[in-house]
Structures are given as C-alpha cells and as structure tokens.
Design a binder for this molecule. Sequence first.
Ligand code: SF4
Ligand code: SF4
Length: 121
Amino acid sequence: MAVIIGDTCINCAACIDECPVEAIVDEDDNPTGEEYYYVYPDKCVECVEHFDSPACAEACPTEDCITWDLPFTAEYKAHFCEGENYLDEKAYVCENADAEMPMRDDISIEDRQAHRSVVEE
Ligand code: SF4
Ligand code: SF4
C-alpha cells in the first residue's frame, strides 16, 4: 500500500481501469464485504514508475475518497496483516502477505496515518 478507498466511494468505476497493476476491484469483488471499491494493499504500487501521482485518485470524482495509507513494507505490514485496521473495524484482505511494495518517499508516515487525501483540493 498504498492508498485506500473510503466509504464515500460511489462505485462509479472511473478509477478501476486507470490502475496500471490491477490492484482495484469493484463492489462485487471487494473481499471485505463492503459494498464499494477496494484496493488490494499488496498489489498497489502507488503508481511508482508508472505515473507522477496515483492515477486512481486523479480519476476519482469524489472529494477525499482515495486517501493515503501506510506502505506495504516489512515495517508496516502488521497494519494490513494483523488486526482489524481496515474500515468498520474489519481486517484488510491481501493475496500475498509476503509482498514488498514500492512507496512514495515524499509522503510522510504521519500523513499516511492520518489518511490524507491523495488529491489535495
Ligand atoms: S495508486 Fe496506482 S497502483 Fe495504487 S491502486 Fe491507485 S492506480 Fe493502482
Ligand atoms: S473513482 Fe472514486 S468514487 Fe469512483 S469507484 Fe473509484 S474510488 Fe469509487
């Protein structure tokens, strides 16, 4: 991770085809059971080496819907793989807990913990 899609998502599909690594699934495939889009934290590359900024957030019409989350790296993996830290006190779902994903170094851990909006208005 990455970025996270919040519960203000309107299931409009604008983001899904923008993702270069197919990390996003729609409400029907959200493995947490929530009825909106989901980003697999172990697949999201923060668009590093693809775009200058996260393409999903650039395409999203809903203000503050896509926000920063912690990086899916060894140091922060417990956030995703242990406990109920996803929305509504649910657990994230990952397909490959061993993955080590790229992150944008210019986004601070504090901003990630605060779920700062990826696209600032
Ligand atoms: S930040 Fe990039 S890689 Fe991550 S979900 Fe969005 S479009 Fe996909
Ligand atoms: S573009 Fe935004 S509102 Fe539309 S499906 Fe994606 S996250 Fe949800």
